[in-house]
Design a protein around this ligand. Structure first.
Ligand SMILES: *Cc1c(COP(=O)(O)O)cnc(C)c1O
Length: 396
């Protein structure tokens, strides 16, 4: 029995002295909460993705909440999304006392099946919440077209998609431009860049952006910074109920360094993902992730579907016994106790592809510091386990 920690973790953020120096600068400045660093991070992020507006918040879950609220999602409304996603996607809908309507995913990927969206639209549908799962862009062109045709806003859960790209018309553009009405990003350490915790909303709509800025700080009519810098005494007002969804300047300073690293991190991940693809695709019945012709993933995670003859838990354990950490595929929200009751969600058809993905997918280690030898260690271990298990007669 191997009691040492796995030699190859499933993920690892890239953080070094540059982030330490950024934090140190902010600590010594005496201004640590939402202030100049947040403002600078917002401008830099907006420029990176090509968005007219970017507003930083405490995490992507709070970003999703504000996005849904901004497009007018309220009690009893319906929001079309997937069950096959992190629970935060649906929780944000529930924060609005609205009902997530679960659509199945595609059989050959991990994103929403656009063919199933239209059948779920009802008179109560107030938004489509489209997830770019694991950093792989979903079929936004089709989803946005459906949304426009029915007058329903599209919000992108781009939690995983910092640095991912999509072909839009004739050109490649960054996820977050945004292509829907609003895109929401996460900077949790499990994502490609991190601020510890953190989130960002991008939009082309100045009215939405104004709302985000108001609501993230208790709907206070004057910001701390404006009050601090004023020569006149200012009394603030609170015209409506808001939230404390602020990002701190400590987080934003780290985010600015991380954002500078992002292109290099993504290109390294693309290289490693390609190595996995080349060395795993010949295993009989195994499905490696494939980018549609219009999508370019940031490869936040490398998620494969096991062949029928490999058991998920046994495979993960056999890899762990060899010092390799993995995670099972994405959860299904409709299977969780919090969503057991009818009033918490609606589903129109069965969610067979979502359930199959949860049961048959595993996430292999992928992080920028991985070497080609690390990839070979994982691949060799996988081939060894497959050879031990492969049923007689299966070839390839
Ligand atoms: C990580 C994640 C979230 C939540 O992000 P936080 O910043 O942790 O709140 C939401 N949706 C998806 C798809 C995610 O992967």
């Amino acid at each position: 029995m191997n009691t040492a920690l796995p030699q190859i973790p499933v993920a690892k953020p890239v953080l070094d002295e540059e982030e330490v120096a950024a934090i140190r600068r902010v600590v010594l400045s005496g201004w640590v909460t939402q202030g100049p660093e947040v403002a600078a991070f917002e401008l830099e992020f907006a420029a990176f993705v090509g968005a007219p507006h970017a507003c930083a918040v405490s995490n992507c879950t709070t970003a999703l909440h504000l996005a849904l609220k901004a497009v007018g999602v309220g009690p009893g409304d319906e929001v079309i999304t997937v069950s096959h996603t992190f629970i935060a996607t649906a929780n944000a809908v529930r924060y609005c006392d609205a009902i997530p309507v679960f659509v199945d995913i595609e059989h050959n990927g991990f994103n929403i099946d656009p063919d199933q969206i239209e059948a779920t639209i009802s008179s109560r549908t107030k938004a489509i919440l489209a997830v770019h799962q694991l950093g792989m862009p979903c079929d936004l062109a089709r989803i946005v077209e459906i949304g426009r045709r029915h007058g329903i806003p599209v919000i992108e859960d781009a939690a995983c998609a910092s640095g991912s790209e999509i072909r839009w018309g004739e050109e490649w553009q960054k996820i977050g431009k945004p292509h829907g009405d609003i895109a929401c990003f996460s900077f949790h350490p499990r994502k490609v860049i991190t601020t510890g915790d953190g989130g960002m909303l991008t939009t082309a709509n100045p009215d939405y952006d104004r709302k985000f800025r108001l609501w993230r700080q208790h709907s206070m009519s004057v910001t701390d910074q404006a009050r601090h810098g004023s020569k006149q005494v200012i009394y603030e007002e609170y015209p409506e109920i808001g939230y404390n969804y602020r990002m701190t300047d400590l987080q934003a300073a780290v985010g600015r360094v991380q954002l500078k690293r992002l292109p290099e991190l993504v290109s390294r991940r693309r290289h490693l993902a390609e190595l996995y693809r080349r060395s795993l695709h010949d295993i009989h019945g195994l499905q490696v992730p494939v980018e549609p012709s219009w999508a370019c993933s940031n490869w936040q995670s490398y998620c494969i579907r096991l062949p029928d003859w490999l058991d998920q838990r046994e495979t993960m354990q056999a890899l762990l016994d060899r010092g390799i950490s993995t995670r099972r595929g994405i959860m299904n929200i409709h299977r969780e106790p919090a969503y057991r009751y009818g009033h918490t969600h609606r589903r129109v058809r069965n969610l067979g592809a979502s359930e199959a993905a949860q049961e048959k997918a595993i996430i292999l280690p992928l992080f920028a510091q991985m070497t080609e030898e690390d990839i070979a260690v994982v691949v060799d271990a996988f081939h060894e386990i497959a050879a031990d298990t492969r049923p007689r007669g299966a070839t390839g």
